[in-house]
Design a protein around this ligand. Structure first.
Ligand code: MG
Length: 268
């Protein structure tokens, strides 16, 4: 007999060597997102962003986490979610328009290990309320990343996201969450962006746990619709949304943001 394990079934703990391998995937993700961010401007297609990501994958000898994922199989290497699209938008001939937010989500595999991150980039000049939504959503991600340390618990993450986002009155998606990540892009546990019971609950954040944290916030309602392509998630009121994501490992010294070039040092 003993204490009940607080680690849900299927959650894997990575060795330091395995985390180092995930770092290599994370660096490919960081590079590709940086390149795509630089390319965002009015008149560029989301398909052009996808081609940039494919070029980085090829040059780095990496493969895509997204291409062929799910059913129907995802047809691209990035998700490009523009304007009222929150997540899982399919890139193509759509032209980016001034004033929109463009979320770019990208995953790469190196030697069998995944990295996954997302940024949201303003297209040209955006309304102040749109820029504020984006800034607050990014801040909520970093507040959550700071909680990823030994002695912490899974609900610390959602509590941190809520603590930043709620005071602004933005919508927070409930049915879409972050996730564990490793030799599969999506591993247990789910990583909610909400914490109904507050911090200090759920799985222990032990050294070697690796998570993808990804808050999604909206200017209006948190209710969403799924478009007929069976992938694209849009806000029910068609107001804009923002989405930020990083892959982070629990180390003895605290969080290591595997998908940030500097490991998160400048923001943690
Ligand atoms: Mg993810």
């Amino acid at each position: 007999m003993g204490l009940r394990s607080r680690r849900p079934r299927g959650v894997t703990v990575k060795t330091p060597e395995q985390v180092q391998k995930m770092r290599q995937a994370g660096l490919v993700v960081a590079e590709a997102l940086e390149r795509m961010t630089e390319a965002v401007r009015p008149g560029v297609t989301t398909g052009a962003l996808d081609r940039i990501a494919r070029e980085v994958l090829e040059r780095r000898g990496a493969t895509s986490s997204f291409l062929g994922y799910g059913d129907p199989g995802f047809p691209a290497v990035i998700c490009a979610s523009v304007g009222a699209e929150v997540v899982h938008g399919i890139p193509g001939e759509r032209l980016l328009e001034e004033g929109e937010l463009c979320s770019i989500d990208f995953g790469a595999i190196v030697d069998g290990w995944h990295g996954d991150a997302a940024v949201t980039v303003p297209v040209g000049r955006c309304a102040p309320e749109v820029l504020a939504l984006n800034a607050v959503t990014e801040q909520s991600l970093w507040a959550a990343l700071r909680t990823v340390r030994p002695g912490g618990h899974l609900s610390d993450i959602g509590a941190a996201v809520e603590g930043v986002v709620r005071p602004h009155g933005y919508g927070l998606l409930e049915d879409y969450t972050g996730h564990g990540i490793g030799t599969a892009m999506h591993e247990p546990p789910y990583v909610p962006n909400l914490a109904p019971k507050g911090p200090g609950h759920g799985m222990d954040l032990d050294v070697g746990i690796v998570l993808a944290i990804e808050p999604m916030a909206t200017l209006g309602t948190a209710e969403v619709d799924l478009l007929a392509d069976d992938w694209t998630v849009v806000t029910a009121d068609r107001r804009q949304a923002a989405h930020w994501e990083h892959t982070v490992a629990v180390t003895p010294d605290g969080p290591w943001v595997l998908t940030a070039h500097d490991g998160g040092a400048s923001r943690l």
